[in-house]
Design a protein around this ligand. Structure first.
Ligand SMILES: C[S@@+](CC[C@H](N)C(=O)[O-])C[C@H]1O[C@@H](n2cnc3c(N)ncnc32)[C@H](O)[C@@H]1O
Length: 258
């Protein structure tokens, strides 16, 4: 089998606007090789020709590269810790917060945050921006319909308050939906907005090279207000956090020095 991954990489950059040089190359090459092998085609070029004719195959490869799995309150115990920190750090004066869920996938993450804040500050309308590189997954997020597996960490009170069961799907309430603004954003190529109190960036940097990770953490730090917090994924401890002007606030939560 011809595994001309370099030409696939250029095609991905040109057609999907994803820069694979930012992703860990051994891991990505292994995954791409498996993907092409499993597709039943005999070469990378044959698969490229098929994708040029079939947008569905193009999307399939994009989904595969970006791995957009998510769920509500992913790592439940860490979300409990996150809620505790939000309460400690921000909620003394009913301040209106600006929050960014970066690489938000199907929206389960920003909607989890909206539910927490609705519970903590029912009368405050915070700004929650949720971004992802993948326009298709953002459409899914805006639709806000979930499978039973996505909501397994939602407790029964929240389930009855914030979801309506429609067939075998769970639809998020229009109120929670209206609290989140979804936008397309590439963490590697696009500029970062500033003035955030809270940033969540979970389960995406694991695919990036060390240099890109450092660049992202520096930019997150610049995007946060002093005292703002960054909540990362359960395998994504930042060992060099002080380099970016953070203190460690909890196992997977970093606070920008005030
Ligand atoms: C595994 S999901 C994480 C979803 C959510 N944060 C969570 O922890 O459940 C990774 C997401 O990162 C997005 N992604 C991958 N590369 C990206 C990039 N360069 N910029 C923005 N988002 C990216 C994917 O499209 C995918 O939706």
């Amino acid at each position: 089998m011809d595994m001309d991954l370099k030409s696939l990489e250029s095609w991905i950059f040109k057609e999907l606007h994803i820069d694979l040089s930012a992703y860990k190359s051994n891991q990505m090459n292994r995954r791409l090789t498996n993907f092409i092998t499993r597709s039943g085609t005999t070469s990378v070029n044959e698969y490229i020709k098929l994708m040029d004719k079939n947008p569905e195959l193009k999307q399939k490869l994009k989904d595969f590269i970006t791995i957009n799995v998510s769920e509500f309150f992913r790592n439940k115990e860490l979300f409990a810790e996150f809620e505790k920190k939000v309460r400690e750090v921000f909620l003394k004066d009913n301040k209106k917060l600006k929050i960014w869920s970066a690489a938000c996938s199907n929206g389960a993450e920003p909607y989890s945050v909206a539910m927490i804040l609705d519970r903590l500050t029912p009368n405050v309308r915070h700004t929650i921006i949720a971004t992802d590189i993948d326009a298709t997954i953002l459409e899914t997020a805006k639709k806000g319909e979930y499978n039973p597996n996505d909501i397994k960490n939602v407790d029964s009170n929240a389930l009855s308050k914030y979801f309506t069961k429609i067939g075998d799907k769970y639809a998020i309430s229009p109120d929670i939906k209206s609290r989140v603004q979804f936008k397309k954003h590439d963490l590697i190529r696009d500029p970062y907005e500033k003035g955030f109190d809270i940033i969540l960036c979970r389960n995406v940097v694991i695919y990036f090279t060390a240099e890109i990770k450092d660049k992202l953490y520096r930019q997150f730090s610049e995007s946060l207000n002093p005292g703002g917090i960054l909540f990362v994924g359960a395998t994504e401890s930042i060992y060099n956090y002080s380099q970016f002007g953070f203190d460690k606030a909890s196992t997977f939560i970093y606070q920008k020095k005030g």
